[in-house]
Each structure stands twice: as C-alpha cells, then as structure tokens.
Design a protein around this ligand. Structure first.
Ligand code: PLP
Length: 393
C-alpha cells in the first residue's frame, strides 16, 4: 500500500511535516541552515540545463524552497516566494502586477509603511493610487476604472481590525479581470485562507506570528496559480530580493508551534479584552472576536479564530495622563510589531494616515500585543497603570 500524502491529513498534523525532508539530510529533523551564495555545477551541460532547481542562492536554495513550499501548502496556493521582510513581500508583489498608468485600489486600513511605498515609489512611477473604505465590500464595483489593475486588501486592517468582505471583493475583481492581493499577516496563514476565497496573492510578514519570537524579519507571498507565480517570481528575481538563511530556518521552526502560540495568545487576549470592557478609562475596544465588535459577524463567517492583537481607545485625557499610563506599565514596553511571545504596546496615530475614512476619534488609540504571559498578571499591570492615569492631571 502507498503511504498517505501529508496533504490528506488534518492541518495540525500537516504542520509538523511540511517543509521537511529528513531523507535529504541524513535523517536530521529540521532542514539545516544552508549558508551559501554559489552553487557549483559539475559540467557545462549541467550549467546549461535550464531545469536545474538551484543555480544561485538568491534565486532559490534548499532552505528557501522548504519554507516557501510549507507556506504555499498552508495557504492552499501553488507556490510562494520568500523575501527579507514583510514589506518587501508587499513591494515585490505590487511591482509584479502594476505598470505605469495603472490604477491601484488599496484599503485605507493598510499597514502604514506599505502606504508609504505606494505613495512614494509606485506613484513616482505613474501608478494611480486610490484608497477605499475597508468596509466597502461589493461596493468596490463603483471604484473600478478601465485601468484598475490590482485591488489590495488587508483584513483585518492594521490598528483598527476592520474585517473586509473578501469574497464579495474578489467576485467583483474576477468579473473585471483584476488581480487581488491580501495581506494575511494577522491570520498567520492559519486563521483565514484568502486563496480559498478567490484572492490571487496572499502575502504576510513572517516576522510576526510565524517567527513568533521577535528575532527575525521575513516575508512570504503565495500565488494561487502557476501563471501568477511566474509573474511573482520574475519580480523577485528582477528586484533581487532573497531571504536570509537564519531567518528562513527560524521561520520553519516557528511553524511547528504556530497553532499552539496562536491559541494561547487568543485565549489571553480574550481575557484581557473582556476585562478592558469593564474599565471606565476605556472608550472603545477594537477586537473582532469580541461579540460586541462591529466586525464580529464577518469575522465569525470567514475566520477560524483570533490572534492576540487588540487596540483600545482611552477616554479623552491630557498627554500627561496618557504618558502616566503608558510609562506606568511594566509588562507592556512600547515597541513596534506583534506576534512575539511577549506583550507590547504601540501607540497609533491614525489621523496622519487615514484618508478615505478620516480618523475622527478623540482619545489616544493604543494597540496591545498580548503575549504568552499569565493573563492575570497582564490585567494587574494594566490596572495599576490605570491608577497612575487617574492620579495624573
Ligand atoms: C509588520 C507588518 C508588515 C511588514 O512586515 P516587516 O517584516 O516588518 O517588513 C506587513 N503587513 C502587516 C499587516 C504588518 O503588521
């Protein structure tokens, strides 16, 4: 009898086996770090053989191949590229599918540095960049022009976690032959599968949950079909992006505990979010998994779970009070990023980066990355910092 294919097993089991090949490495469990640039050819005929899998490390090597195959399998795609950061997975993808004169539609809740790439680089090369309301859904049809080439989504959106109606948007895009791209960092490839909903390219910052330990920068973009992959890979080759060996190794290792870490962060974040709901210092919480969140219904329809990132709006207060709160926290240092094992806080300044739906809320917006600590300690810490907030004037 032939052996069962890993693809026919359940996801938790598949996660332990994908991107591995002990038989290629003397039985070693994890594919070793292949530190290389040059790859040698035994003969001229081998060098001229265009079908050789690995020619030069930047173009693809055993370790990048393992990681890319693993994430492509997780996201139900055809194949993937890996890049040295999440942001380069975005830039490489957009450069693959856009040219001068094209119109690009982007969700207003986009990760702000990606916004900067579109406004500074793409616009300079003559791409017309337009933002749309992340809650637009099928209404995207009204934004489409003759030259619309790409619709870019990020669901949930950065900082405020708007859930986009991805199936409704891809349906409109397909009718107009428009490429769709989704930033799937929040879901880590696990909690949501954009390609199953018709998205063409699903990309993510593997820096976040896949890495999971705040010690790598890495990106990955998965193409739905061979044709899309050819264009994506060509862009990566022409630009010259390639991921570092250590980062690829750590990312592959991160995949083995990804579900476990996501589950624990989700549980902790829900406990903290429910407690924040009882705090009079908090005006509003942004966390789609909370039944009261305005995005809860769509989240429930399309997502299989939540991660551990949430934002909340402090009630309007002096800068001194906000500082007393933020500086008073002991378990939430201020820092960018999320998806690591440790909790963090990052202030958000949306009045400087939302244009389709201008930010009008009063009060400081703070994003929490809830880590793997005991949630009661996190609550105790937030509670004592709220006391400092209230004592300040
Ligand atoms: C962090 C982040 C990125 C960029 O990832 P880097 O690895 O820091 O370049 C892209 N998209 C989203 C949604 C992110 O949160």
């Amino acid at each position: 009898m032939s052996k069962k294919d890993n693809k026919d097993r359940r996801e938790l089991t598949r996660m332990m086996h994908l991107g591995r090949a002990p038989e290629e490495y003397f039985g070693i469990v994890n594919p070793p770090i292949s530190r290389t640039s040059t790859i040698l050819f035994p003969s001229l005929a081998d060098y001229e053989d265009k079908d050789r899998k690995f020619r030069y490390a930047r173009m693809g090597n055993p370790l990048s191949d393992k990681f890319e195959c693993a994430v492509a399998e997780i996201e139900n795609g055809y194949a993937a590229i890996s890049t040295p950061s999440g942001l380069t997975s975005i830039s490489t993808t957009l450069l693959a599918f856009l040219k001068t004169g094209d119109h690009l539609l982007i969700s207003d809740s986009l990760y702000p540095p990606a916004r900067s790439f579109c406004e500074n680089i793409l616009a300079r090369f003559g791409v017309e960049v337009e933002y749309y309301d992340p809650l637009i859904g099928a209404g995207i049809a009204e934004k489409i022009k003759d030259n619309t080439a790409v619709i870019y989504m990020e669901s949930p959106g950065s900082a405020t976690f708007e859930i986009q109606d991805v199936p409704a948007i891809t349906k409109v895009a397909k009718a107009h032959n428009i490429i769709t791209v989704a930033d799937n960092s929040w879901a880590a490839g696990i909690l949501f599968k954009p390609l199953n909903h018709g998205v063409d390219i699903s990309l993510q910052s593997a820096t976040k949950y896949i890495g999971g330990h705040s010690d790598i920068n890495l990106g990955v973009a998965v193409a739905r079909t061979p044709e899309l992959y050819t264009r994506l890979k060509k862009s990566a080759l022409d630009i010259g992006v390639c991921a570092g060996a250590e980062d690829l190794y750590l990312a592959l290792r991160g995949l083995r505990t990804l579900h476990l870490r996501l589950q624990q962060c989700a549980r902790n974040a829900m406990i903290v979010a429910e407690w924040l709901q009882t705090c009079e210092e908090v005006q509003r919480i942004y966390f789609p998994a909370l039944p009261g969140d305005s995005n809860h219904a769509l989240w429930k329809r399309d997502f299989s779970g939540t991660n551990g990132v949430l934002s909340f709006l402090l009630r309007p207060a002096s800068k001194a009070r906000v500082s007393a709160f933020v500086n008073g926290l002991e378990l939430f240092p201020v820092g960018s990023s999320w998806g690591g094992y440790e909790s963090l806080l990052q202030p958000q300044y949306l009045n400087t980066c939302r244009t389709a739906v201008p930010w009008v809320q009063d009060g400081a917006l703070l994003r929490l990355q809830i880590g793997l600590e005991d949630p009661q300690d996190l609550i105790d810490d937030l509670s004592q910092a709220f006391t400092k907030f209230n004592q300040e004037t």
